[in-house]
Design a protein around this ligand. Structure first.
Ligand SMILES: Nc1ncnc2c1ncn2[C@@H]1O[C@H](COP(=O)(O)OP(=O)(O)O)[C@@H](O)[C@H]1O
Ligand SMILES: [Mg+2]
Length: 235
């Protein structure tokens, strides 16, 4: 278990709220979430389907804007940022891993991982060299020139993790990263996440409906109906 009293806050959410409108119906997807996540933590957020996990992660990652409340990433308030500046912050500070991998189908593994570095305003790495190193770290040294279709689900997700880490972001967000994988591939992907967490020191926030998976994280928060209801003991 991480010590919450030490370390820098990488992510702070204050009274984070998101209302969604379905015709005349308002869905209170996220209801006043307060969160502080510290440098180098590995946090699981667990909740049933529809509890607001993806909405919450989208807000935290700057993919969506809150109805109310505030989000700070690595000391930067992103709540009212322009789309252009927000895109830069996402590129530099946040890595995203999705359930369905979201790789570019026409690009090789190496090219997919290099892409965020090529988009960076101030690139910190040589794109190809960095992509190669990350893919090697993730056990894909022999798959650099394969396209997503030529890779298994577990391999695709490892490419997606490498891509998320391309610019060495302080924060890695994962939304049901094993939700589309069989149990064997899930184990491999989870191990990969653990390895990169240990290797890079990035903070990991993973959301899932799977309590067993969440409990493998260092700290586990429970989300119900858009509210954080407290912590669950990790394994
Ligand atoms: N685009 C949308 N428009 C309206 N309601 C939505 C939209 N996306 C999600 N919701 C609703 O918001 C709630 C939270 O959804 P979501 O964040 O996807 O939950 P989870 O990821 O935990 O399954 C659910 O009630 C869902 O039906
Ligand atoms: Mg979801």
């Amino acid at each position: 278990m991480q010590n919450e009293t030490n370390g820098r806050v990488v992510l702070r959410a204050t009274n984070l709220t998101k209302d969604l409108y379905l015709g005349h119906v308002v869905v209170h997807a996220v209801r006043g979430v307060d969160l502080a996540i510290y440098e180098n933590e590995m946090v699981g957020i667990v909740g049933p389907s529809g509890s607001g996990k993806s909405t919450l992660l989208g807000l935290i990652g700057g993919l969506d804007t809150p109805t109310e409340g505030r989000i700070e990433i690595d000391g930067v308030d992103i709540t009212h940022m322009s789309e252009g500046r927000l895109a830069e912050v996402r590129n530099e500070k946040i890595g995203f891993v999705f359930q369905f991998f979201n790789l570019v189908p026409t690009l090789t593994a190496l090219e997919n991982v290099a892409l965020p570095i090529q988009f960076a305003r101030y690139p910190k790495f040589d794109p190809e060299q960095r992509a190669r190193e990350l893919l090697e770290l993730l056990g894909l040294a022999d798959r650099l020139n394969h396209r997503p279709m030529e890779l298994s689900g577990g391999q695709q997700q490892r490419v997606a993790i490498a891509r998320a880490l391309a610019n060495n972001p302080p924060l890695l967000l994962a939304d049901e990263p094993t939700g589309n994988l069989d149990s064997e591939a899930s184990e491999v992907v989870l191990q990969a996440l653990n390895d990169v967490w240990r290797e890079t020191g990035t903070t990991v926030v993973l959301v899932t409906h799977d309590l067993d998976l969440a409990r493998k994280m260092g700290r586990v928060l429970r989300l119900v109906d858009g509210r954080i209801l407290g912590e669950v003991e990790p394994v």
